[in-house]
Each structure stands twice: as C-alpha cells, then as structure tokens.
Design a protein around this ligand. Structure first.
Ligand code: PAF
Length: 306
C-alpha cells in the first residue's frame, strides 16, 4: 500500500517508521519546507525500548506527493485540518482515502466535507510517542489502536489498513461507528490535557491533586452528556474511570497540550474542550466547566502568543 503521512510530529513519524517496517511504501508531507528537507535527507530515527532503527522515508512540503497514494494518514494538529482537507481534495487520486488519527472531535466532518464520506476513515490510538527532533521520535508506551470508516460497516479497504497496522506490530481493531471511537478519545483528552497544561504537571499528578480531580470529573461529565445527546455510544460505560486509568497508565507523560504550552505553541484546546462547548450548544447541553478550561488555556496561550 502506498501511504502518505501528513504531519511529521511524534505520531506521524512513529506511524511512518512502523508502517515502512511492515512493508508499506511511505512518504511524509510537512507544511514546513525546511523540516521536510532535513527529514528527506536524514530519514526517520525511531527510538524504542530495544534500541534505535533508521528508515529512509521521502519527505516534502509539496502536496503533489499525495498524488498516487492509496491512503493519506492525517497526523497534524487539529487547527491545520481545513488546510489539509483542501490539499487532499486537490491532490489525492479519486480512489484514494484519508484516515485521521488526530485529536479533536470535528476532523472527520472536515474531511468528509472535502472528500465525501466513502473516502474517509477515522481512528484513535493510545500508543505513546515523543518527538525528539526533526525526523526523530521515541516510541515508548504501547497502547490500543482503533480505526473505522466514516460511514457504514467495516469494508475491504478498512480491513486492509487494519492488516497493515497489525503487521506493523500495533494492537489494533476495526469497527463501525467511528464517532464512538473519536468521542471516547476526546473525553480522555478533555479530562487530562487542559488541566495538565494549566497546572503544568505530568498526567499522573492529576490523580494526586484532589481539587484537580473534581474539575476533571466535572469536565468529563459534561463531555459525556454532550456526546450522549449526539447519539455517541462510548467504548466504556464509566468514562471518568477510563480517563483516570489513562492518567495513571501515562502517569509520567507530559500531555501534548502541556508540551505545546512549554514550547510556546498554539494548543488544540479549541478542538478538544472547545469542541465540547460548540457541540454542547448545538445539542442544548450546558458546558460551563469546559468553557472555563478553554478560556484558561487560551489565556495562557495569549500570554506567550500575544
Ligand atoms: O494528548 C495527549 O497527550 C494524549 O492523548 C494523552 C492520552 C492525554 C496522554 O498524554
């Protein structure tokens, strides 16, 4: 299978390396030309508990590299999805599909608007990857990966992608009802990411700070209420227990949102807690805690972005 990974961040690089190892023909698309050049010249270095591997993977900032691939896997920040969707629409072949592995609730819709529902898949993963530098990634924690088509039952194409993920060593499953997957992951990010970014603590610390636990519980309860009002069936009955379990399992991790704050980058809060607020307005479910968390993280951002 010919695959373009869009966005060589931690997740994009880790997937690129593992899929290449499994025999796929992989390339990388980056919006930053200089970084793309470095990766194109040096390849991708994957650090893992058994050592380090190196893969030669072509990288480019030219969206023309999307032509001729069977699948584009989107791993960019959620605030780039509109721009990515336009590039996919202009350059992907008519049979090619897009799989979003991004954080946030609205990426599938954006891709469906650009490509049509039959060409979009969504997925979530709890694999732990840390960006070490351009083209350099550490694959530390192993987790579960789920994918599914944007509409309808699991089809042949989704099954082929699943086979490839399994061949690449991922513990993966395919199922229908991709919104159920995406909202399950969203609620985990809703409970962990803004609090770690505001308090500047690793994920596990949230479980030791009782007042933070209260806010986490309230934010998660709101997000679950919004999801249920939209018809989402969560993968776990007790979502707060799942959020706490992820915080425990990834206890030493610095969440992606705190990594963004530390690097003085824009965060994804508008697509995580902000998405709960937007979808809550539509569903008629109040979300004051998620609104407050969104504002607090955005106030932090304003402090360094201006
Ligand atoms: O965004 C993140 O950092 C991760 O999705 C998670 C699960 C919160 C672990 O750090």
């Amino acid at each position: 299978m010919k695959i373009a990974i869009v966005g060589p961040g931690a997740m994009g690089l880790m997937l690129a390396a593992r899929l290449k190892q499994a025999g796929a023909e992989v390339s990388l698309l980056d919006h930053r030309a200089q970084r793309a050049q470095i990766i194109d010249r040096q390849g991708v270095f994957l650090e893992h508990p058994q050592g380090e591997d190196h893969y030669a993977i072509p990288a480019s900032a030219q969206p023309e590299i999307l032509a001729g691939v069977d699948l584009a896997i989107i791993c960019t920040k959620a605030y780039h999805t509109q721009e990515v969707a336009r590039a996919l629409r202009a350059h992907l072949g008519p049979q090619a599909r897009a799989l979003t592995m991004q954080n946030g609730a609205e990426n599938v819709e954006t891709l469906v608007d650009a490509l049509g529902p039959e060409r979009v898949l969504g997925g979530i993963t709890s694999e732990g990857a840390t960006l070490l530098g351009p083209g350099q990634v550490r694959h530390a924690g192993r987790g579960l990966t789920h994918i599914g088509p944007a509409q309808g039952p699991v089809d042949d194409f989704t099954a082929q992608v699943l086979e490839l993920l399994l061949a690449a060593g991922f513990q993966a499953e395919a199922s229908e009802g991709v919104q159920n997957l995406i909202w399950t992951k969203l609620v985990i990010n809703v409970g962990i990411n803004p609090l770690t970014a505001i308090l500047e603590v690793p994920n596990g610390r949230l479980l030791e700070l009782a007042p933070a636990g209260e806010v986490m519980a309230a934010a998660v309860e709101e997000a679950v209420a919004v999801g249920r009002a939209l018809g989402v069936r969560f993968l776990h009955e007790d979502m707060l227990a799942s959020v706490q379990q992820v915080a425990r399992r990834t206890g030493a991790n610095i969440s992606s949102m705190l990594q963004d704050v530390r690097a003085k980058r824009r965060t994804e809060v508008a697509y995580i807690n902000g998405a709960v607020v937007r979808q809550g307005e539509q569903a008629g479910v109040p979300t004051p805690v998620n609104q407050t968390l969104t504002h607090l993280v955005q106030a932090k951002e304003a402090g360094y972005l201006g």
